[in-house]
Structures are given as C-alpha cells and as structure tokens.
Ligand binder design. Structure first.
Ligand SMILES: Nc1ncnc2c1ncn2[C@@H]1O[C@H](COP(=O)(O)OP(=O)(O)OP(=O)(O)O)[C@@H](O)[C@H]1O
Ligand SMILES: [Mg+2]
Length: 283
C-alpha cells in the first residue's frame, strides 16, 4: 500500500496522466481513466493504444509517465511490490498462452501451487470448481491441442479465475476464434460480469460491449475520445471520431463512413449486430 493515498473507496483501477512512448513514438498521450467495480469495455481502431493501455495496468509495459493505481496500490511507485499486486489481477489475451505440455488440470493448478502456495488437494478442488464454472467439467485430463479454440480460451479464463483475482483484464479474448466459437467465450464473460467481477475488456464485440459494459471507453490515437454508458457511446456518440469508427466497424464495406453515419445513426443498427472477429484487424 502506498502511504500517501488516503481515499476510502478506491476504484479498482485508476489511471492518471498516463503516457507511453516506444522510442520516438508516443502511443498513449495522457490517459485518465477510472474503473470502479464494474465492467468497462475499451473500443477503438487498430493501433489506437488499447493493448498498451491494458498492459500498463499491470505494468507489463512501463509507463513513460503518469500513475496507475490498482485499488490503493500505486503500480508506478518504484517501491510497489508488483508481484504481490499482480496476483490480484487476472489477464486473458487473444492467444490463449496455455502450457501445451500440461493437461487442463495442471494448467489450472501449477500457479496456484507455486505462486499462491496452495496444497495440491486444494488447488485441484478449486480447479475442478472453476472448470465447472466455464462449462468444462470433465475435461481435466485433456491437453490444450485436443481442445477447440473456444475451449482453450475458456481454460485460459478458468486458469486466471483459479487464482481468485479481484479484477480481470481481457485483451480481445475472442479475436482469434472462429466465429461459431465466439459465443461460448462471451457467455462465460457475461457470467463473470453478472457475478460482479470487475473487468476491463478490450473488445471489438460491439453487441457484447453494449449489453454487458457499465461503461464504454472509445480510444483513438492514444487518447480517450469519449466514454460513458454504452447507450451513450455506442448508441448516441457525441464525437465525430467515435461515429466514424462505429460506422466502419458496423458496416465495414461502406464507401463513405461519414455519409453512412448521417444516413443511419449508429445506434439504430446496433441491436441485431454481431461484429465478426476480423472485421477490424487485431494483432
Ligand atoms: N513493444 C512495442 N514496440 C514498439 N511499438 C509498439 C509496441 N507495442 C505497441 N507498439 C505500437 O503502439 C501502437 C499501439 O499499439 P497497441 O497494440 O496498443 O494498439 P491496439 O489499439 O491494441 O491495436 P489492435 O486493435 O490492432 O490490437 C501501435 O502503433 C503499435 O505498433
Ligand atoms: Mg491490441
């Protein structure tokens, strides 16, 4: 805990004046963002800095300047015990990053035993409960290569959950999946949200963002352009850049996004739309 922070109910994540450069290129240009105990979805064009922002939250990337708090702990304080704070944060990436040589059960128990010092018996009991939670009870002995992409991603989510995180970061968890497998992963995430898990989710799934997010953050060019409830940011965007992005994402073949926006307000179309992964390039 950092001594100077006296807030009584700190947001789960608090970001202040965050800048990040890679060499001469400034990728994050001053981000201020709070994630209270709720679901925040981050949307925006490829290269806008979404992944970099998420990676700065647990200091997988070191900010060039600015502050990042997780609860009351300042991650950017040089004295912060990063390993201790990171244990409270689950992270799920686009690529599942499972241990290929370990079966599902071992994938879920290894960090519990080595990092949290849980007994094997306890770790296995938690692993089985968590697998049940993501709809994979009975798959303990399977190896990652024997599972579909959607199942592997659910194992990856379960592996994070087994560490009893206080909050979860997701970076386009469905972008690498075949379209028919997206739903099962989003369903698990919807379940987590319904249980009250604090989640920061970078996603191109506009229907998910609209239905599940308490708040949507639209990023472009390394800044937060607009944020608010989904019905506002997705349904009735105030900024031209947000309108242009939504128009492109929801209607990728449109010739002139600006005309599309004025002809059909983005919010009118979104209800039935499921944006296919790949409509906007991920990486
Ligand atoms: N390690 C790095 N070294 C140099 N440049 C980087 C590095 N990581 C990211 N960048 C650059 O920073 C910019 C933002 O990248 P970032 O991955 O955060 O974007 P993004 O919004 O997540 O995009 P996408 O939707 O394609 O995933 C890009 O121009 C990218 O090339
Ligand atoms: Mg990204």
């Amino acid at each position: 805990m950092t001594g100077t922070d006296t807030r009584s109910a700190a947001p789960a994540i608090s970001i202040r004046g965050l800048h990040k450069s890679f060499g001469p290129v400034e990728v994050l240009k001053g981000i201020d963002l709070d994630v209270p105990g709720e679901v925040v979805c981050v949307i925006g064009p490829s290269g806008s800095g979404k992944s970099t922002l998420l990676r700065c939250v647990n200091l997988l990337e070191t900010p060039t300047s600015g502050k990042v708090f997780v609860g009351r702990d300042e991650m950017t304080d040089p004295d912060c015990d990063l390993d201790r704070v990171r244990r409270r944060i689950g992270m799920v990436f686009q690529s599942f990053n499972l241990f290929a040589h370990l079966n599902v059960l071992r994938n879920l128990t290894i960090a519990q035993i080595k990092v949290l010092r849980r007994s094997r018996t306890e770790a296995e009991a938690i692993a089985r409960r968590t697998l049940d939670r993501v709809g994979l009870a009975g798959r303990e002995t399977a190896f990652p290569a024997q599972l579909s992409g959607g199942q592997q991603q659910r194992v990856a989510i379960a592996r994070s959950l087994a560490m009893s995180p206080e909050l979860m970061l997701f970076d386009e968890p469905t972008s690498a999946l075949d379209p028919e497998l997206v739903g099962e992963v989003l369903a698990v995430m919807r379940g987590l949200a319904a249980e009250g898990m604090t989640m920061m989710v970078v996603t191109h799934e506009m229907a998910f963002a609209r239905d599940v997010a308490d708040r949507v953050v639209f990023m472009d060019g390394g800044v937060v352009v607009e944020q608010g409830p989904p019905e506002q940011v997705i349904g009735d965007p105030q900024q031209e850049r947000t309108r242009a992005f939504l128009s492109r994402v929801l209607n990728p073949t449109a010739v002139d996004p600006a005309e599309e926006v004025s002809a059909t307000p983005a919010g009118a179309q979104i209800g039935s739309l499921h944006v296919e992964p790949g409509a906007v390039p991920g990486h």
